[in-house]
Design a protein around this ligand. Structure first.
Ligand code: NI
Ligand code: MN
Length: 225
């Protein structure tokens, strides 16, 4: 399994020969201007919630690639009306896809579309595939519901928002890592705009002091599990 960071909350996940994009917000992100959004491969696009900084490039990528959108019912309906195929889910639901299993789990946040219309409730994804298990938290506060995840899934890595203000910050992400019983964290949703700028060294040191590992990837870099 290969996980590529495309900036903000945008990820590429490759499981065997299947390409999954998560929350593509690349073309509006000046910090990701070196990423060619038109060359990204996608068989599936996962969307955690309807905010602009998570859906900006969904329509263009899905129409170019024919990717299937996986998200909550309302978001899949929204893109379905634009002629894009989708697989609707809702909280607590699990489905076996060709690349592995996805469970759509709770997040505490909001989920309106840019025009203010209803985007369902926000979520995160637990993905089990190729003998590796990952948790993509989406935009969320720290929540006790995270404690449910390790009851069923032993995580290899967790992708947690750390930018604060709109989501968890560093200190809550460290508690989240305890709740989900996973000490290996890839941080996301930071530095993109002023409200969520963080000090990388302070963030990494705080994790290190709790015997945890916080990875911060440069945009375009990847890790392999
Ligand atoms: Ni959001
Ligand atoms: Mn966001």
């Amino acid at each position: 399994m290969k996980i590529t960071f495309y900036g903000h909350a945008s990820l590429g996940i490759q499981i065997k020969d299947i390409n999954i994009l998560v929350d593509p917000f690349i073309s509006p992100n000046e910090k990701a201007s070196h990423i060619d959004v038109n060359s990204l491969k996608a068989d599936y696009i996962l969307i955690t919630h309807a905010h602009q900084d998570h859906i900006a490039d969904v329509e263009s990528i899905a129409k170019r690639t024919g990717a299937i959108v996986i998200s909550n019912f309302e978001i899949v309906n929204h893109f379905g009306a634009l002629g894009i195929d989708g697989h609707p889910m809702n909280h607590g639901g699990k489905w076996d896809f060709e690349f592995g299993t996805i469970k759509y789990v709770n997040a505490i946040h909001t989920s309106s579309f840019p025009d203010g219309s209803y985007g369902g409730q926000p979520g995160g994804f637990v993905i089990e595939g190729e003998h590796k298990n990952i948790y993509i938290a989406g935009d969320t506060a720290l929540t006790f519901d995270m404690k449910l995840i390790p009851l069923q899934t032993k995580l290899d890595i967790a992708i947690l928002p750390i930018g604060d203000n709109f989501t968890m910050g560093i200190d809550d992400a460290i508690l989240a890592s305890d709740f989900i019983e996973c000490d290996k964290v890839l941080g996301y949703h930071y530095d993109t705009f002023g409200y969520i700028e963080i000090d990388h060294e302070v963030a990494k040191r705080k994790f290190f002091e709790k015997d945890k590992d916080l990875m911060l990837l440069s945009i375009g870099d990847f890790i392999e599990l």
